[in-house]
Ligand binder design. Structure first.
Ligand code: FES
Length: 95
């Protein structure tokens, strides 16, 4: 199984290895990473964060929430909706 590396730009938490295509939120929880989640279904916006890396574009539903929660943040994503297939960096939480 191949893994991707999730890094934290502020360097306050070590990189987390996540199986490619796996639910990011689950693996961040397992690693006890300092990321807040609420609904985990892409509705509440708690997990909105700016990310950099190889992530597929947001679904229409995710885009709707991002347009409300982070309209001026082009790199913002809902971490609970990501299943990364490439390395990514969590730059910062938006909320
Ligand atoms: S935890 Fe609610 S949108 Fe991600």
């Amino acid at each position: 199984m191949s893994c991707v590396t999730v890094r934290f730009a502020d360097g306050t938490f070590p990189p987390v290895e996540v199986p490619a295509g796996a639910e990011l939120a689950l693996h961040l929880d397992l690693a006890r990473a300092p990321v807040l989640f609420g609904c985990r279904t892409g509705l509440c916006g708690t997990c909105v964060s700016v990310v950099e890396g190889d992530v597929p574009p947001p679904s229409d539903a995710e885009r709707e929430v991002l347009d409300i929660e982070a309209p001026d943040e082009p790199g913002a994503r809902l971490l609970c909706q990501l299943r990364p297939h490439g390395d990514l960096t969590i730059v910062r939480a938006v909320r």
